[in-house]
Design a protein around this ligand. Structure first.
Ligand code: AMP
Ligand code: ZN
Ligand code: FE
Ligand code: FE
Length: 282
């Protein structure tokens, strides 16, 4: 199909990426991509400016976000696409996440203090940047603050020793379920997609998710093997779900993954953009 490529999974400085929406859009054009969705963790702030920027750059853009959810006590990431970014249900869910993240970050900082690695909120906010009320601050920012204080030498080490699930500074935070998140995505006229399904270790959880009212599953992901793609594509066909994909680009904090390392073709992108035009833009 005519070389069209769209990356449907990447993060900006509104969450834990290092490129601003403007830089992401420019980078996408430089990489020869024709379509993009910016999928920040739990925030749609990028879309306040991204549409006009993408139009100027001649890049097709559809709204996206990656929500943190929980099912069976497992952390599950859900992607939403082609929703109304200003819909009260989406705005309300993002606001709930901002409160959840603030509480959880405080809990993690308390845990680190008990482990004799104090980081003040001010030090964390120095790392996370300006306009904090608009940003999703989380463990990657805490990991960077730990490096700056000399507690660890890499983000990987911070997660492995302290911040990862089950590690001593980990905090789960308030729970927002996968089911209620799907409902909210649908209220906002969007499509709900299971993100990076290969990372779901609990097979009971995966089985439960496959019975929920999703519209798609992420079948193309930057570090998938070809045969891994095939497993999820087969499943998407069986469920009559969209087979989506993207790189999960985060910029310089994850230098091994480049924007456009995974992508979808024009056919899939057109289904999403068509859904957006017919359902979400009234
Ligand atoms: P949070 O949203 O605060 O729970 O942080 C989750 C984010 O941290 C993920 O989306 C990844 O970008 C990043 N992350 C998770 N595990 C690791 C890891 N082991 N090493 C580096 N980054 C990680
Ligand atoms: Zn991330
Ligand atoms: Fe994710
Ligand atoms: Fe992601």
């Amino acid at each position: 199909m005519n070389g069209f490529r769209a990356d449907l999974h990447c993060h900006s400085t509104y969450s834990d990426g290092t490129f601003t929406p403007d830089q992401l859009i420019q980078h996408a054009v430089n990489k020869g991509l024709q379509g993009l969705s910016i999928t920040d963790h739990d925030t749609v702030e990028a879309y306040k400016t991204a549409f006009s920027l993408s139009q100027k750059a001649g890049l097709q853009l559809i709204p996206g976000v990656e929500f943190s959810t929980t099912h069976n006590d497992d952390s599950i990431h859900l992607l939403a696409y082609a929703f109304v970014p200003t819909h009260p249900s989406i705005v309300g869910l993002c606001a709930q996440h901002a409160v959840r993240r603030n509480e959880r970050n405080e809990e993690i900082l308390e845990n680190l203090a008990m482990l004799h690695m104090p980081i003040s909120k001010k030090e964390l906010f120095c790392i996370a940047g300006e306009n904090l009320e608009e940003r999703s601050v989380g463990r990657p920012h805490i990991a960077l603050a730990m490096i700056k204080k000399g507690y660890v030498s890499s983000i990987q080490e911070a997660f492995k020793k302290y911040l990862g699930e089950g590690r001593p500074a980990y905090a789960k935070g308030r729970i927002i379920s996968s089911r209620e998140t799907i409902e909210i995505i649908h209220e906002a006229k969007g499509l709900a997609v299971i993100a990076h399904p290969h990372l779901i270790e609990n097979q009971k959880t995966l089985k439960d998710l496959l019975q929920m009212s999703f519209d798609g599953i992420e079948c193309y992901y930057a570090n998938f093997q070809i045969d891994t793609n095939a497993r999820w594509i087969k499943l998407a066909k069986k469920k009559n779900w969209l087979a989506t994909g993207g790189s999960d680009f985060h910029g310089t904090v994850k230098p091994a993954i480049e924007l456009g390392a995974s992508w979808v073709n024009q056919e899939i992108f057109h289904i999403l953009s068509n859904h957006y035009r017919t359902h979400a833009i009234l």
